[in-house]
Design a protein around this ligand. Structure first.
Ligand SMILES: Cc1cc2nc3c(=O)[nH]c(=O)nc-3n(C[C@H](O)[C@H](O)[C@H](O)COP(=O)(O)O)c2cc1C
Length: 228
């Protein structure tokens, strides 16, 4: 198998090494400990305003390097990300956010546009070699491609939020925006389609009582999970 590294109970290809599958290492622990689970879920909060400590855009690459292993339908992986590093890029996107989302996005240490690529099928020779002929079939089916890409990129967006939390970041997702306006601002050259903006920081702003809103309720598992 060649150049493999072990991480989090899995054997996976080393960075840049293009293997087709990962393999579970059955000897390794198979469950996260309570502190790790807390970092990702019950202990994590949506954050509106952050301390000014900068967020290095490399963290988005690291989070992507993790989430890319999580599953999508036929392994199509349509999520695409644009880190808004320049002030001009940030302002061009903020102009298309809902009024209550603008100031906090301008002030966030880093903002990332999450989108889907309706031309994901051009990568299927690599991503889905088991589906011979699918790329050619999808070429003439733009509406089917759009639906597949949107659904699966939204699944990857959930993975992304968890992957960013795993990097120790606080995340503030923004869905209240004009997607066509954001597309015109940052996707004119690649045709990607906006799903959301994620604001990222290291900690909530201690001077802002609304940095994190009071935790709202959650459904009990018994309300959401049936056993038949
Ligand atoms: C896809 C998505 C879109 C969201 N859009 C907005 C938004 O436009 N504005 C906003 O203030 N919060 C937005 N939120 C934040 C949610 O309201 C928040 O994550 C949820 O209430 C849970 O909050 P908690 O993590 O503090 O418990 C969004 C969250 C997600 C996942």
């Amino acid at each position: 198998m060649g150049d493999l590294t072990e991480a989090a109970g899995c054997v996976r290809p080393a960075d840049g090494f293009d293997l087709d599958v990962t393999q579970t290492d059955l000897a390794a622990p198979t469950r996260l400990d309570a502190a790790s689970l807390d970092l990702l879920f019950a202990g994590a909060r949506t954050t509106n305003t952050f301390t000014p400590e900068p967020v290095d855009p490399d963290v988005v690459h690291r989070a992507y390097d993790q989430l890319r292993w999580a599953p999508t339908s036929m392994n199509i992986q349509p999520l695409r990300l644009t880190a808004l590093v320049s002030r001009a890029a940030r302002e061009s996107v903020v102009a298309h956010l809902g009024p209550r989302n603008q100031a906090k996005t301008l002030a966030a240490p880093l903002s990332v546009v999450a989108a889907y690529d309706p031309a994901f099928h051009t990568h299927l020779d690599v991503l889905a070699p088991h589906r011979e002929g699918l790329r050619e079939q999808l070429e003439g089916q733009p509406e089917r491609r759009d639906a597949m890409a949107r659904t699966n990129a939204l699944i990857q967006l959930g993975y992304l939020i968890v992957a960013l939390r795993a990097e120790g970041l606080q995340v503030g997702p923004i869905g209240g925006l004009d997607p066509l306006g954001v597309d015109a601002a940052v996707h004119a050259e690649n045709g990607w389609r906006t799903l959301a903006v994620l604001n990222l920081g290291h900690a909530p702003d201690p001077a802002d009582p609304t940095a994190q809103r009071p935790r709202a309720g959650r459904l009990e598992a018994a309300q959401a999970v049936l056993t038949r």
